[in-house]
Design a protein around this ligand. Sequence first.
Ligand SMILES: Nc1ncnc2c1ncn2[C@@H]1O[C@H](COP(=O)(O)OP(=O)(O)OP(=O)(O)O)[C@@H](O)[C@H]1O
Ligand SMILES: [Mg+2]
Length: 239
Amino acid sequence: MPAARLDIKDLSAGYGPTRVLENINFCAEKGARIAVLGRNGVGKTTLLATIAGQTKRYQGTIRLGDADVTQMDSTARALSGLGFVPQSRGIFPSLTVEENLFVGLKGRPRSALKEAYDMFPRLYERRANSGSNLSGGEQQMLSTARAILGRPTVLLLDEPLEGLAPVICEELMQAFSRLASGGEMTILMVEQRIRSALDFAERVIILERGRIVWDGTSDGLASDRDTIDQLLGVTSIGH
Ligand SMILES: Nc1ncnc2c1ncn2[C@@H]1O[C@H](COP(=O)(O)OP(=O)(O)OP(=O)(O)O)[C@@H](O)[C@H]1O
Ligand SMILES: [Mg+2]
C-alpha cells in the first residue's frame, strides 16, 4: 500500500479527565514529511498516541486515507495502515530480536526481514539475543525496523534518534526521507534534534500547551530566529 493522507479535525484529547490537546487541525498529504516540535510536556507524544488510538479523545475526527478511524481502537488503526514507534520502545523483552521482527511482518513473508537487517546490520548480529539484552540504541533500531516492516501508510515516530550514534542517525534519517519521498509512507516525526528534524521535514508543526501555534515550512522556520527562540527555547538550531 502506498502512502496515505492523514487528516485531523478539531481534535481534543488527553488522559482521563486531563485535557492535553485542544482543537488540533492539520492535514498531512500523501508522502509528506512533517516534524512535530515543541518544548518538553507540550503534548507531542500525546498527539502521536492520540492518532494511534491510545489516549482519551473528547472531540474531533481522524481520517487515514479514505477511512474514518476515529472510532477504531489502536489495533484496528494499525491494521488500517498506521505505524507507531512510541517513545517507550515497546520491545517484547522475552522475545528475541528476530521474533520481535516477526511481530512486525503482519503477514508478509519472512524473507522481508532482510529489509530490516539491511537497514540495521547491528540487528542481524544480535538477532538471537532477547529483547531484554539490547542496548538503548539497539532497542530503538528494533522498534523502528519492526514498524517499517509492516509497511504502514502513515508512520508516527516519537524521537526516533534518541540514544543513537550520530552516524546511525544520519543513515536512519536518509532511510526515512527515501520512504516518504518515494511515496511509500507519510511520516510524522517528533524530534528534539531540531537540525536533524528540519533537514528531514518539509513542514513543521510546533505545539505549545497542547495547541498548534506554528505551522509552516522547514525553510521558513530555519530563517525565523524569533519563533525558534520563543517556541523551542533555543537560540540556534545547530548544524
Ligand atoms: N498517562 C498520562 N496521564 C496523565 N497525564 C499525562 C500522561 N502522559 C502525559 N501526561 C501529561 O500530558 C502533557 C503532555 O505530555 P507529552 O508526553 O505529550 O509531552 P511531550 O511534548 O511529548 O514531552 P517530551 O518532550 O518531554 O517527550 C504533560 O503535561 C504530561 O504531564
Ligand atoms: Mg514526548
